[in-house]
Every structure is written in C-alpha cells, then in structure tokens.
Design a protein around this ligand. Structure first.
Ligand SMILES: *[C@@H]1O[C@H](CO)[C@@H](O)[C@H](O)[C@H]1NC(C)=O
Ligand SMILES: *[C@@H]1O[C@H](CO)[C@@H](O)[C@H](O)[C@H]1NC(C)=O
Ligand SMILES: *[C@@H]1O[C@H](CO)[C@@H](O)[C@H](O)[C@H]1NC(C)=O
Ligand SMILES: *[C@@H]1O[C@H](CO)[C@@H](O)[C@H](O)[C@H]1NC(C)=O
Ligand SMILES: *[C@@H]1O[C@H](CO)[C@@H](O)[C@H](O)[C@H]1NC(C)=O
Length: 492
C-alpha cells in the first residue's frame, strides 16, 4: 500500500479498525459520472459523485478504488465541485473479499438528511496503457490499449452511473461490449460517438463493495485506440538546485534519461523518410522530433547538453524576471530539439540547466532570521511520467536550522554535505527521492535555513587563500617556464 499513500498528498492513516459498515446507509449516489482521458504515459480520470445524505449530520463519505487501479494511480485528490481546496482523505482499509480499498473523505461541514453535494475525485494513472501492436514501422500509426473495470465501485446505492472514455482521435479501433448487465439497462450498454465511448447509463446499481456484486457483474473493459502523440517516460531525473547567496543565484540542473515508450521501431530509421513525412506534416506519432518545456522567468546561461556536447538546435524565449516588477508571471519557453528524432524504444540522455535570480524564488524573513527558497520538484515534460526522481537542494555553505515542506511525501529524504570548489566546510544538501511523478506533482518544495554571519565571511577567506596559493605557484612556474593552463571556471 506504499504506492497509494505516496500518491495522496493529504491522506491520514487511520487505525484499521475504522468500521464503515454502518456508514453504508448514510448516503446514496444520485449519479456517478467517470471520465477517462485516454492518454499515453498519463491517463487522467475524473469521477463526479452527486451525493445525497440519508441521515442527519453525516460528514464522512467513502470512496472505493479497485486494487488493480490503485496499483497504477500515482496522484489522487477529492474536492467539492467548484472548490479549490482538496478535502482530507483517510485510508480506511480493504473490505473483506472486495479486492478494493476504501478512502474516507472528510466533508468538513456535516450534511443534513436530504442535503446534496457534488464530489469530484481526480486521479492520474501512470503506466496504464501499452502499445499494440508492439512494433510499428516509421510510416505507420501508433495505437495503444487501456484496460479498466466497468463499474465504479461504491458502498452506497447509485441511481445512475456511466463511464466516458475520451480519446484524442476518433479512430477508436475496438472496445469491449459488457456482458450480463441487463439488470441495469435495457439499452445498448456501450455506445461510440466521435472520439467518445460511453458505458451506461446503468440504473439502480446497488452497493457494489461486496463479493456478490463483484462476482456477478464486475468485469474489465479494454479499449484500443489511435494515439497521435509520443508516449514519453523519464526513466531518471536528477535535479540539483544550488542556492548561492553570492551572486544571488539559483542554479538548477536536470540530468535526464528520456525514453520513448511507444511501439518499437520496425526496421531501420530513415532520416530521408522522416524528413519527407515531416515536410508533408505527417510525422509519425511515435517519433519525437522535438518537445517544449516551460522554464522560470528571468533565467540566464541556459545550457542544453547531450552525450556529444552542446545541442545548438534549441530555442529559448526567456520571459523577464518576476523580481523586476513584472506583474504577469509568464514562463520562459524552451524548445528542445535532439540531434536525431527519438524513435519508439529509444532512450535520450541530456542535461538542461539554467541560472535564475534568487530573488524570484527566495526571500528573507527578518523576524525569524531565516531564508525561505522554493524549488520546484520537476519541470513538466508534457505527457511524460517521471519513473524515478532524485531532487537535491544544495544550500549555502554553513547553513543551519534547515527545515522543509514538501508538496507530497517523498519516498525518502536525507541531509548530507556537498563539497564544491572553493568550499571549506561543504554545503548542506537535502535530497528527496520520488517515483512515478506526473504533471500534478510539478509543485515547489519550500526550504528554510539560517546562514550565520561567520559563514558569510568564510567564502572570501577561502577565495583569498586560493588566490594566494595560485599567485605563489605562478611565480614559481614562471621561473621554470611552464605554461599555466587557464583555471577551469566553475559556475558558483
Ligand atoms: C511506479 O510504477 C511502476 C510501474 O507501474 C510500479 O511497478 C511501481 O510499483 C510504482 N512505484 C511506486 C512507488 O508507486
Ligand atoms: C439499496 O438498494 C437495495 C436494493 O436495490 C435496497 O434493498 C436498499 O433498501 C437500498 N438502500 C437504501 C439505503 O436505499
Ligand atoms: C496497470 O498497468 C499495467 C501495465 O503496467 C496493466 O497491465 C494493468 O492493466 C493496469 N491496470 C489498470 C487498472 O489500468
Ligand atoms: C552552446 O550553444 C549556445 C547556443 O548555441 C552558445 O551560446 C554557447 O556558447 C555554446 N556553449 C559552448 C560551451 O559551446
Ligand atoms: C534505456 O535506459 C534504461 C535505463 O537506463 C536501460 O535499462 C535500457 O536498456 C535503455 N534502453 C535502450 C534501448 O538503450
């Protein structure tokens, strides 16, 4: 269950004793609508529960997720429809024989009998689709399969429920026709219209978190659809964010292994064919020629390096720094164009880094005497899942009283020391590890620390010492007629 807990930002772990059998009569669902956006690496699922309270002063609504779905769920949030603030969720155990798990949603304000509320459950599933066929030639389409359960489970009676699958393309190649559902509908249980496949409406569905219902009616449906974008996974993301009070700089460097998880390329890659297809605007969907990322405003010294060296075929449109009184917080936009298009099954390793004014993301609180800096967990690559992430924040030398707040729990975190050029005692470094990150996880980590005055002085002292040594060395060197190579300059 580690997976589910790490997926949910605000889950509180309740004692397993939390009995929910009594609550099964507290509500009924007037309607459940689940919408599944058929994607590549990420599948966004939105389920709206139109809920009616059947008792006085009920404030805990239970949502049930099947185990196999939880396995692929990397992010989850419940809100009252129209509200921004997510509700608190408590894990409340697995009902016996249901192969599913309950989450108790705290409604904050108790409902009176007969009162209604609309709850919206949003989840992001990762690695839930797979390419089918598994191979594609350069001029062929890309199609994926996705599988899920037909019925949305609920411990409460439901008047009507339906599930809509939305594809980015109307070319849906096949979808499962459910069996033995006449108890809930007299019409066709599945219909396709354009790029949408709808299961239901299913009427008068009883409480479904029990083995009788599951054995009799629950079933899996599989959709096979054309997908017009590359399926991207970041196998490894190593982000190092280095805070420097000298020069008031925040340097961020991402070392990335990107993987095209679409169908494997059949045969050899032909650049001529690729160029011809691109020329006619028919580039194969499973080929990644370029991609765009949003970087912070005010960045400088942006570098994009692959295993061969500097990649110059990229474009950056830098937005001005927010600290310069610019009101609109527009992002810089960077278009990354690898040296060669990335085909299905291929990896692409690169480094992207930049400097940003520290004032754009940091501040000093004179009351507490502490600095506060925000560092985003990641930069979103549109549509991509990040399988493994390691985010290190390197603080100024001598920083103490380090505290941090993460937007969601990390799998692990540790404080260590990072020693770089010109450092005397090294810098405190906090490292966070994550798995299966989605666009919803691209949120900041807040870190606060104190820098004693003596630490501010340590750097000039170190610089003086180094210069002195260099100077002495230069004198000796000149006498024995050696050529002194330029010192490698390292960004501080
Ligand atoms: C991440 O996703 C992979 C593939 O679905 C899965 O095997 C793994 O358990 C997940 N890890 C976590 C921590 O969620
Ligand atoms: C739920 O539905 C079942 C049968 O469909 C019915 O017997 C039961 O009374 C209903 N429960 C509530 C609370 O309405
Ligand atoms: C979860 O992903 C795996 C593939 O990694 C797939 O076999 C399984 O059907 C998925 N489950 C759901 C509920 O999407
Ligand atoms: C890398 O390329 C950029 C843009 O093309 C250029 O400004 C920069 O000087 C290059 N850096 C190196 C080290 O070659
Ligand atoms: C891609 O990288 C992963 C992990 O670094 C490795 O296991 C895999 O073999 C690589 N695939 C290819 C085609 O090089």
């Amino acid at each position: 269950m580690q997976r589910l807990w790490s997926a949910i930002s605000c889950v509180l772990l309740a004692s397993a004793a939390a009995a929910s059998s009594a609550s099964s009569q507290s509500f009924e669902n007037s309607a459940i609508v689940r919408t599944i956006d058929l994607g590549g690496s990420l599948v966004h699922v939105t389920t709206t529960f139109a809920v009616k309270a059947l008792k006085e002063a009920v404030n805990v609504y239970t949502i049930t997720l099947p185990e196999d779905e939880i396995f692929n769920t990397s992010w989850l949030e419940v809100k009252v429809k129209g509200n921004q603030q997510p509700l608190t969720i408590t894990y409340s155990g697995a009902p016996v024989g249901s192969k599913s798990h309950n989450l108790d949603v705290n409604l904050e304000k108790p409902l009176e009998a007969g009162a209604t509320i609309n709850l919206v459950l949003e989840t992001v599933q990762t690695h839930a689709t797979w390419p089918w066929p598994k191979q594609a030639a350069q001029d062929e389409d890309q199609s994926l399969k996705y599988e899920t359960s037909l019925f949305v489970l609920s411990p409460y009676n439901t008047s009507v429920q339906r599930t809509k699958f939305k594809s980015s393309s109307p070319r849906i190649l096949s979808y499962t026709t459910p069996e033995d559902v006449q108890a809930f509908t007299v019409e066709n249980p599945v219909t396709k219209s354009g790029a949408t496949v709808t299961y239901g409406p299913f009427n008068n569905v009883p409480s479904s978190v029990n083995s009788e219902f599951l054995e009799q009616y629950q079933q899996h449906v599989v959709l096979h659809y054309n997908y017009d974008y590359p399926v991207l996974e970041v196998l490894e993301l190593k982000r190092a964010a280095e805070i420097s009070h000298w020069g008031a700089n925040l340097n961020i460097q991402d070392d990335i292994v990107l993987h095209n998880a679409g169908p494997q390329l059949k045969g050899h890659f032909s650049r001529l064919q690729h160029q011809t297809q691109s020329f006619y605007g028919r580039g194969a969907p499973h080929v990644l020629p370029l991609f765009t990322v949003q970087l912070p405003p005010g960045i400088r010294n942006t570098y994009y390096i692959d295993q061969i060296g500097n990649v110059s075929t990229s474009r950056l449109r830098a937005a001005p720094s927010v600290a310069r009184g610019v009101k609109n917080t527009q992002n810089s936009v960077m278009e990354l164009k690898p040296r060669y298009p990335i085909m299905g099954g291929w990896n692409y390793t690169y480094t992207l880094g930049w400097d940003a004014p520290l004032g754009d993301s940091g501040s000093y609180d004179s009351k507490t005497g502490k600095y506060l800096v925000s560092v985003p967990v990641m930069t979103e690559i549109p549509g991509a899942v990040v399988n493994n992430a390691e985010v290190s924040i390197i603080l100024p030398e001598g920083a103490t009283d380090v505290d941090y707040v993460t937007p969601f729990p990390a799998l692990s975190n540790e404080i260590s020391t990072h020693v770089t050029y010109l450092d005397t005692i090294g810098r405190p470094m906090v490292t966070f590890k994550y798995k299966n990150l989605t666009n919803k996880h691209a949120k900041p980590i807040y870190i606060s620390y104190r820098v004693p005055i003596s630490a501010h002085l340590r750097k000039p002292m170190a610089v003086t010492t180094v210069l002195l040594i260099l100077f002495t060395f230069a004198m000796v060197a000149r006498r024995v007629d050696l050529t002194i190579h330029k010192m490698p300059t390292k960004k501080m």
